[in-house]
Structure formats: C-alpha cells, structure tokens
Design a protein around this ligand. Sequence first.
Ligand code: NAD
Ligand code: TDX
Length: 334
Amino acid sequence: MKLLVTGGAGFIGSNFVLSTVAQRPEVEVTVLDALTYAGNRASLNSIADRIDFVHGDIADRPLVDRLVGESDLVVHFAAESHNDNSLNDPWPFVHTNVIGTTTLLQAVRDHDVRYHHISTDEVYGDLELDDPARFTESTPYNPSSPYSSTKASSDLLVRAWARSFGVRATISNCSNNYGPFQHVEKFIPRQITNLLSGKRPKLYGAGQNVRDWIHVDDHNHAVWTIIEKGVLGETYLIGADGEKNNREVLEEILKETGNPSDAFDFVTDRPGHDLRYAIDSTKLRTELGWTPQYVDFRSGLKATIDWYRENEQWWRPQKDATESSYALTESVVS
Ligand code: NAD
Ligand code: TDX
C-alpha cells in the first residue's frame, strides 16, 4: 500500500510515520512537508532510508496532483497548528488549512484516493468548567480563533467533497496531544524546556483552563483504527478522558523536575482563550473498538520530560527564537 502523509515532519505526523514504519512494513510511506518553522526533518532521521521525503507545499497543485495520483491513501496532518501564532498572523492559516486542504481534496477526488482528515476538538469552541457536557460528533461547530476556524473550514470542505463528489473520506477530531517531537512553542514542551534552560514556566491567565490530554501514540493508533474500520463520510472524536487544568499540568512538571510548586510566572492571557475542551469518544470506542493505552497521564508526562532531557539537540535550535517571539506580546502579571 502506498501512503502519502502530509505534515509528516511535524509533531503528530512524525510520530505517525515512525510508528507506521515500525509496525506496518507492507506500507510504503511518502511524506510531503513544507518544513515550515514547525517541521523538523530530524524527527524522521531514524527511518530516513525507509521513506520518501518530498519537500513541498500542500497548496502546490501540480505537485499534489502527482503525489496523490501515485498513492492509495492520503493521511492529512499538515497544518498551521498554533493558536497564538494565528492571533498574530492569520494568513498562513488560511493558506495551509483552507487552500492546502482544498488542493488535496481536488486531487483525491480526481484520482479517487481514500483520504483521512486530521482535525481538532477546537472546532467545537469551548465548555464551561462546571458543565457536565463533553463534545460529541453532533456538537455544533463554534470555533474561537483563526486557527480553529480554519480547521473548522477544512472539516466542512471535506464533508462537502464527500457528499457532492463521493470522495472516500473520514474525519477525526482529537483533543490536546503530548509526547516526543512536539515543538517548544506548545504548552507542555515550552514549560519543560524552560525549566531545562533555567527559565521560569509561563501560565496564561489564572491557569484554570482545562485541556483533555491524550498521548500522541494513542491518537495515531486511533487514526489507523478509523482508516481500517471507519465508515466513509463519518466523523470520529478521539479522546482519552484526560481532563486537567493547566496549573495542575504545570505543577506535575515542576514536581517531576524537582522544582517548587510556585516556581512559575502568571503572564497575560491569550485573547479569546477557550476555557475547557472535553471529548466524549464513545462512538470510536463502541463502534470501532478503540481504547487508549496511556491511561496514566503522570507516567506519560514523565516519559515526555525524559525525552526532552535526552534530546536537547532536537529542541535547542528552536528555543531562543520561540521565546523571543513570545516576549513580544507576553508580560508577567505576577
Ligand atoms: P505541527 O505544527 O507540529 O506540524 C505541522 C507540520 O505541517 C509541520 O511539519 C509543517 O512543516 C507542515 N506544514 C505546514 N504547512 C504546510 C504546507 N503548506 N504544506 C506542507 N506542509 C506543511 O502540528 P501538529 O501538532 O503535529 O498537528 C498535526 C495535525 O493535527 C494538525 O492538522 C492539527 O490541527 C491536528 N491536531 C493537533 C493537536 C495537537 O494537540 N497538537 C490536537 C488535535 C489535532
Ligand atoms: O506558555 C503557555 N502557557 C499557557 O498557559 C502556552 C504556550 C499555553 N498555555 C495554555 C493555553 C492553553 O490553555 O496551555 C493550554 C495549551 O496551550 P497550547 O499548547 O497552545 O494548545 P491549545 O491552544 O490548547 O491547542 C492545542 O490543542 C489542540 C494544539 O496546539 C492544537 O493544534 C490542537 O488543535
């Protein structure tokens, strides 16, 4: 089987390619990645001779048409993925998440290639802290940021191409991922690498915002489950019952790295900051039989901290530029 993975040099995509190559020797993998600031070819070093890597843009129509035409399956991870960046400059988000996804959809339509679309729970907006509700596949779309609204747009494009043109597609919307190879701009790696660099961690607002954490390997296992058993045209929510507020996660990181629980700064809040995400993954579990393997967040987090300790050469080149960019908009409140 010939598999085209877009965004395979990013966080989730690289973990997907690594586990696919390790577990599915029958799959021939081609990665298409533009190597933006978020892409890192080094994430694929250990399997470089077992995949084809194409450096290119998913909005490049002739390139995408050729690569999709040579594939049996496309799994689309490529995106501009960071909310904070989308608030500073939304244009790359429209280019990649909307135009890029449309480019892929036209190609899978023209070549009748099976397509799986990776998306996020952020398309559903947010929940109150005390609301017993969680997101399901029938929750109305209500995105808050340029990032989440372009992801919502991309999901709707997939639905339209499936219905109007018969594109053989499935969609998954997953909660917050953690694990190795995540860019240092994101919450968990930022705080770990701040501590490893002698800097104080930064908590937005009051640190009460809740995210529903899932290990990246559990996400990617769910993606393969949907590819193999999912019903065409359907959407599946992926989550592992991992709700925690940001302060709890940060205190866990501080404890695990031997720091006092108050050794961090409160900084200016993110504009429009979503309060809480929570996924009900009953459909995926009951209809397709998926279950997460990383049920103990603390041990998954500890393994992630160890990974950043042991792989400083991977993250160090991005660290200073990332912190300089945060410093332009962020100020310490207390
Ligand atoms: P990431 O930012 O780490 O990686 C994105 C990758 O896409 C990078 O390698 C980048 O170079 C590549 N890319 C960007 N623009 C491109 C373009 N125009 N053409 C080709 N390649 C391009 O992102 P991630 O965290 O790995 O997220 C992957 C996918 O999963 C995204 O679609 C995101 O919306 C979704 N998602 C992420 C999370 C999370 O917690 N990180 C949760 C749910 C869903
Ligand atoms: O320094 C920080 N301090 C802080 O308190 C950073 C970077 C973040 N935060 C907060 C904001 C969020 O409440 O931590 C939480 C997580 O922030 P991010 O890592 O930026 O993730 P989030 O905005 O929740 O979005 C993530 O999950 C859904 C991914 O980046 C998206 O790609 C995915 O769709």
